[in-house]
Every structure is written in C-alpha cells, then in structure tokens.
Ligand binder design. Structure first.
Ligand code: UDP
Length: 268
C-alpha cells in the first residue's frame, strides 16, 4: 500500500486559493489519526478532487482502534490512509491523556456525508453511494437531494463486501466516473473494500462511512443532540440497539482501559 498522498498543488497565484496544509498526526495505541477540523477536511477533499489521484479516507473511532490492535491489515489501512478522520470524542480525550498531538475537533462521518452533499450542490462533484441494505442508499441520497437539489448522484447500490461480488461492483462504479465514493459496509469491511479497489477505481475520494446512510435515510436514529453534547451517543446506541453491546464494550470501557494502560506503561 502506498504512503499517504497529498496533492501537489501548483504555486499559488491570484486565481488559486492557497493549498490546504498537511495535517499533523496523533498516534493512539499505534493507530494514526489526523488533527483535522471539519473545514480543513473539506478543503483537503477539494484538493484531492483537483489532483485527480485516488485517496482513501477512514472515519476512525475508538472501536476502530480496538479492532486494529488485533487486525494488522486494518491497522495498516488506517495508517496508510490519506486522511484518518477523528470521528469520536473518545479519540480527542485519549490524545490529550496520552499527550500526543492534540485533536482539535470531531469530524463525524455522518456529518461529513451531509457536508459533501452540500459541496456537490455548489461545485458539481459526482457522488456514488455504495452499501447499506437495499433501498437505503437511494433513500439517503433522495433526502439529501431534497435539501441540496443540485447534488450530483453518480449512482446508488447496496451490493455486498463479499469477494465474489467485488469485480461486478467495481465495474458498475467505474462506468459512472464519480469524484467521491461513499462506502457503507461498516468497519473494517468498508475500509478493506476501498483498499482493495482504490488503484483500480482511481476515484479521487473514497470514504468508509459506516451507518451514515441509515441515519440520513431515517432507518436508524442518531442520539438526540443533547445526548451527543454530553458525549453519551454510546448510551443511546446501547438502549436502541442492545444486541451491539459487545461493540459498545469495545468502544467505551475496553478502549479507555487500553489508553490508561498505555499511558502508564509508556509504550508507543
Ligand atoms: N452493511 C452492509 N453489508 C454488510 C455489513 C454491513 O451493507 O455486509 C451496512 C449496514 O447495513 C449499515 C452499514 O453497513 O448500513 C454500517 O453497519 P454498522 O452499523 O455495523 O456499522 P457502524 O456504523 O457501526 O460502523
């Protein structure tokens, strides 16, 4: 896998906006996370599209970091991604506690999808929606189009991350030539799917977006704003999707324990 690519932007002239700076990196339990704001992320995404080169973006949360402790392929994918977005308040707290590079704010994947729809509305970027249960990607993109009527939807397809379907799905997407590919297969499947297909597809921006289509389509409910502000989104998930207890266990107590242990054993 190639190392992170940032577009080489020509020297600034009065017509060109200044190139967005390369973000600093925090390392949390051996997993890289970029110190980004939402605005900086969007500026880099625009620069990636202008470059025409393929880039993989991961929306990292504490559960990813726990999973990456025993899934080396997944850890390598995140560490080689052009951008590893800090999607999860736990990462901001862990960065502070471990005294690594501070992470200025959360860049949640589901908010990013909405911001990209708005950007497409203004700039004409073409977005492909891959993943989720049949019909959900269509519903999510239709909702976004209601709000941003000039959104350019290159295509929608549920498909599956199974290897047998890989080639047919890649060909289907290639034919539509999107600027941005959103993949909603959940982690780590979505991130492995993108890593496997990045060179073949040559799409400038490929992002794993987890359950975002479900939230936007309304087939899953996000925690109310006040619970999000109290950093209790995990508690809402436990109440509404109790069968996910193991994942919540990994994201909250297990992650916290690993961070505390790392701080006091001073391992990198
Ligand atoms: N998903 C899928 N195919 C699969 C596994 C998951 O399309 O084989 C979809 C699922 O329907 C959901 C999304 O992946 O829309 C995210 O799944 P999950 O809720 O497990 O991920 P998270 O948001 O927690 O990362």
């Amino acid at each position: 896998m190639s190392s992170p690519q940032f577009p080489s932007v020509p020297p600034s002239s009065p017509q060109l906006p200044p190139a967005p700076s390369v973000p600093a990196t925090a390392t949390i339990l051996g997993v890289k996370v970029h110190a980004l704001t939402n605005a900086h992320t969007l500026a880099l995404i625009e620069a990636f599209i202008a470059s025409g080169q393929p880039h993989q973006l991961c929306t990292v949360n504490p559960e990813f970091v726990v999973e990456a402790q025993h899934d080396e392929e997944f850890r390598q994918i995140i560490n080689n991604a052009a951008l590893a977005l800090p999607d999860g308040i736990g990462l901001l707290k862990a960065a502070r506690f471990l005294r690594t590079t501070p992470l200025p704010e959360r860049v949640p994947g589901s908010d990013l999808v909405v911001r990209l729809a708005e950007l497409s509305h203004h700039k004409g970027y073409r977005i492909y929606f891959l993943g989720a249960r049949p019909g959900v990607a269509e519903k999510a993109s239709a909702k976004l189009k209601d709000k941003y009527p000039n959104l350019q939807v290159a295509g929608c397809y549920a498909g599956s991350p199974a290897l047998e379907e890989n080639e047919a799905i890649a060909q289907r997407i290639l034919a539509t030539r999107p600027d941005i590919l959103l993949v909603a297969y959940g982690a780590p499947k979505q991130d492995k799917w993108i890593a496997r297909n990045l060179e073949k597809l040559q799409i400038p921006v490929c992002i794993g977006v987890g359950g975002s289509f479900d939230f936007i389509a309304g087939t899953a409910k996000r925690a109310p704003r006040w619970l999000q502000q109290l950093h209790l989104e995990w508690f809402h998930r436990l109440l509404t999707q109790p069968w996910r207890w193991r994942r919540i266990w990994n994201a909250v107590p297990r992650f916290s324990w690993l961070v505390v242990r790392r701080r006091f054993t001073l391992k990198k």
